[in-house]
Design a protein around this ligand. Structure first.
Ligand SMILES: Nc1ncnc2c1ncn2[C@@H]1O[C@H](COP(=O)(O)OP(=O)(O)O)[C@@H](O)[C@H]1O
Ligand SMILES: O=P(O)(O)OC[C@H](O)CO
Length: 577
């Protein structure tokens, strides 16, 4: 396990640095809003003023990843909670200097990495296994076999908006039930609870009083029916998951309850916002009108297009997902999403594994030192390819190497891979969302890289608007929580920007269409070559930790047999009805 370490705050330009500055402010503050932002790599707690939604304090730490074998990604749920508590404590410590105190925090919102799954014991409150992270591909062979058996390829999509994939939570829960004896035992004794990261955090912050999630997170489990926005009984049966294990599904913005954990510096404060992090950044970027599109560049890269109050179903590999529901009685707004599993992670790989970069923040400097990628293409399909390909058997390639290739070319090709993967998604979005996408809103840590932003505008042939608020994710969650409490002036109306601090940098395309198409054509050829590399998925046993070796094979086979039996049963029941 890697040790979590402090990372610098993004709030280098914190608006109120001292009491003095605060006094000079003409704004009558209506209270503070805190946001827990639990990302795959970074956990943070930020504090915003209202009604102007300025981030005045923040603390962030990195979360370790446990990778016991290729394609497995786990995180420690206890480390997660300790980091959240630490971040809240440290951010609150910054308040007195600014003329505020923790009692000024009226409410807290949560935004989180989606799909990542945790199971815990309802009696002890202890996790029963590590969190299985969204990009973990341990259930690949199961998915492949289900795909081969299921006659209707749109079976899951019609119900949930999602294809069957290792990405979503249902298979992870099922794997845990089948492979971890403690989980099986807890299930038998009806003390096993499961959920996405938001549910785990809330359970802990409320000492087990609340087991809830919101529609955005639930819509990523492969268990929620998109139409009813409830757990789908047929899918629960298909995956043999009991509903009592799962949280109740709520809107994203309502007063859920109070934080009661004695370990949290937030004790006594209400919780009133929950959103998956990509949906939160859609709101944070004020993409509230159908057709408005944002892309968030972090470890992965997630492009969402607001499609209004009707779900649009894709036949080109995009996901139909809930974008937000801003209150129990508010309409549900949907989005089409293209998910890219490896974006900034490719730079981390170049830094940590290949040691080709001293730091991922140096990528711009390295890539700028060469005028082009020298015809090198890098397809970072480390765990297969997500949208729009959904090919688990793809693996990463770097192609086009010559004796003149330098590391700078490879770094530049890594940046370009992020842009090409985004273009792959835009191509589908153009065809399917029914709106003319004529610009792209960008946010996320990687957007500090100016070269990446320019390459993206050039690759997509679209103007790109980079939010100067790098953290649209936390900002969206802050507004969502504030709205439930009726504080601030957040009406989510794009024309009325009640917050004065959001500005955009614009990057315009500088390439001709011919240049764009030529390079994009080559990218497609590179992608072709990455597909089908894994001929047969490795058995779970191959490099497993010793204690797992003994457990893996039998329950896995039971899972396959029982899952297929149930699938066939439920499919035939569906056909009959
Ligand atoms: N200044 C930067 N330039 C380029 N890449 C960066 C920069 N800062 C971070 N990254 C990349 O961003 C990713 C992490 O972003 P972060 O927001 O912490 O991720 P997550 O959403 O997974 O928690 C890493 O993969 C890292 O390589
Ligand atoms: O934490 P991020 O930014 O890598 O986001 C992860 C996504 O929510 C996974 O779907």
């Amino acid at each position: 396990m890697t040790e979590g370490k402090n990372v610098p705050n993004s709030s280098a330009d914190v608006p109120f640095r001292s009491k003095e500055l605060r006094k000079q402010s003409l704004i009558q503050h209506t209270g503070l809003v805190g946001v827990i932002d639990e990302g795959t790599k970074t956990i943070g707690f930020s504090i915003y003023t209202t009604p102007d939604f300025k981030e005045i304090a923040a603390h962030r730490v990195e979360l370790g990843v446990i990778s016991s074998q290729d394609g497995w990604y786990e995180q420690d749920p206890l480390e997660m909670m300790a980091s959240i508590n630490k971040c809240a404590e440290e951010a609150i410590k910054q308040l007195p200097e600014l003329g505020f105190s923790s009692s000024d925090i009226i409410t807290v919102g949560i935004t989180n990495q989606r799909e990542t799954t945790i199971v815990w014991d309802a009696v002890t409150g202890k996790p029963l296994y590590n969190a299985i992270v969204w990009k973990d591909i341990r259930t690949s062979s199961t998915v492949e076999q289900i795909v081969a058996k299921v006659q209707d390829p749109n079976y899951f999509k019609r119900r949930t908006g999602l294809p069957i994939s290792t990405y979503f939570s249902a298979l992870k829960i099922r794997w845990l039930k089948d492979n971890v004896p403690e989980v099986r035992q807890a299930c038998r004794e009806k003390r096993c609870k499961a959920g996405t990261v938001d549910s785990w955090i809330i359970w802990n912050l409320t000492n087990g009083a609340l087991h809830i999630t919101d529609v955005t997170n639930a819509s990523r489990t492969l268990l929620m029916n998109l139409e009813t926005q409830n757990w789908d009984p047929v899918l629960l049966k298909t995956f043999a998951i009991r509903e009592e294990m799962l949280p109740s599904i709520h809107s994203c913005s309502e007063v859920f309850g109070k934080i009661t954990s004695e370990r949290s510096a937030l004790r006594g404060i209400t919780l009133s916002g929950i959103l998956g992090n990509q949906q939160a950044s859609l709101l944070g970027q004020m993409c509230v009108k159908p057709g408005q599109t944002k892309n968030t560049y972090r470890s992965g890269c997630f492009l969402l297009c607001n499609t209004g109050d009707k779900p649009v179903f894709s036949s080109h590999g995009l996901l139909t997902t809930v974008a937000y529901k801003l209150g129990p009685q508010a309409p549900t707004i949907y989005a089409l999403e293209g998910s890219v599993s490896v974006a900034g992670h490719a730079l981390s790989w170049l830094q940590q594994k290949v040691r080709l970069l001293p730091d991922s923040r140096d990528a711009e400097k390295y890539a700028e030192a060469v005028p082009t990628a020298g015809d090198v293409y890098f397809v970072p399909a480390f765990t297969g390819l997500y949208a729009p390909y959904w090919r688990q058997n793809a693996r990463g390639i770097i192609i086009g190497l010559t004796q003149f290739t330098r590391k700078n070319h490879i770094v530049r090709a890594a940046l370009e891979s992020i842009c090409f993967q985004t273009r792959d998604i835009l191509e589908c979005m153009h065809q399917e969302c029914g709106y003319d996408i004529n610009k792209l809103h960008a946010d996320g840590k990687l957007t500090t890289n100016n070269l990446l932003m320019q390459l993206q505008a050039d690759t997509a042939g679209l103007p790109l608007f980079r939010s100067q608020l790098m953290d649209s994710t936390a900002f969206g969650a802050a507004m969502c929580a504030a709205q439930a409490e009726g504080i601030g002036l957040c009406k989510f109306e794009p024309e009325k920007r009640y917050y004065e601090n959001v500005h955009y940098d614009t990057f315009l395309p500088t390439t001709t269409e011919q240049e764009r198409e030529e390079r994009y054509g080559k990218w497609k050829r590179a992608v072709e070559r990455s597909l089908g590399w894994v001929i047969k998925q490795k058995k779970t046993r191959t490099h497993t930790e010793e204690n797992y070796r003994m457990l893996s094979s039998l329950p896995a086979s039971i899972f396959l047999i029982s899952t297929f039996a149930m699938l066939v049963h439920s499919l035939s029941a569906t056909v009959k009805s």
